[in-house]
Design a protein around this ligand. Structure first.
Ligand code: HEM
Ligand code: HEM
Length: 147
């Protein structure tokens, strides 16, 4: 898309690498938490809608791990420094390892935009549940009053 109001705004949230790293950490923590609570998870709606929701949620987890993990691998492979909010985790080095760089080079951009599209669809579905289907799916996500 190049530089425009939207991409400049998105670039201002960050720093990009540190925030991405943080997303990887909280996604892993969230997955661990979900695993511990696997016996008391809310059920998905039966039918095609429920299966689709499940598929999109799993895709979220996949993308939220793949994007930062392969970006970090690319950063390592090309010898870039890895910083986490001012802390230097890896210094710059002389490296150029093609197989580490290739996956993120090919897919980091497109998959990020896929994530962005899915998030917009996800928020629209949450609002559809609340205002059209009038069920408690959004309520149970935002507060204990929904339980
Ligand atoms: C959930 C985590 C992440 C998301 C959603 C994300 C998203 C994005 C987006 C939307 C772009 C712009 C793509 C375009 O120009 O079309 C981008 C570019 C970039 N990101 Fe990330 N990013 C994440 C994590 C990271 C991490 C952890 C690093 C570094 C360690 C990183 C390094 C880069 C670099 C170097 C670019 C510019 C080159 C490229 O487009 O591939 N990203 N990212
Ligand atoms: C305004 C923003 C958002 C709203 C209102 C919202 C709402 C919801 C709702 C209602 C659910 C279903 C909860 C249930 O079944 O009890 C859900 C689940 C989920 N959302 Fe969101 N969401 C938002 C943003 C996001 C974003 C930005 C992401 C990721 C990038 C995301 C990822 C997920 C995932 C992975 C699940 C499944 C959780 C699980 O069952 O383990 N959501 N969200």
């Amino acid at each position: 898309m190049g530089e425009n109001a939207i991409t400049l705004f998105l670039a201002s949230i960050g720093p990009h690498g540190s925030l991405g790293f943080m997303i990887l950490i909280v996604t892993l923590a969230r997955l661990g938490w979900a695993w511990i609570n696997r016996k008391q998870r809310p059920p998905h709606t039966p039918g095609l809608g429920g299966r689709l929701a499940r598929f999109v949620h799993i895709t979220f987890y996949g993308l939220l791990m793949w994007l930062p993990a392969f970006a970090i691998l690319r950063q390592y492979g090309r010898g870039g420094a890895l910083r986490f909010y001012g802390m230097e985790l890896l210094p710059e080095a002389e490296r150029d390892i093609t197989w580490m760089i290739a996956p993120a080079e090919l897919l980091h951009g497109p998959l990020s935009w896929l994530l962005c599209g899915l998030v917009i669809g996800h928020i629209m579905m949450a609002l559809t549940h609340r205002f059209w289907l009038k069920d408690r799916v959004l309520a149970r996500m935002v507060g204990s009053s929904g339980r």
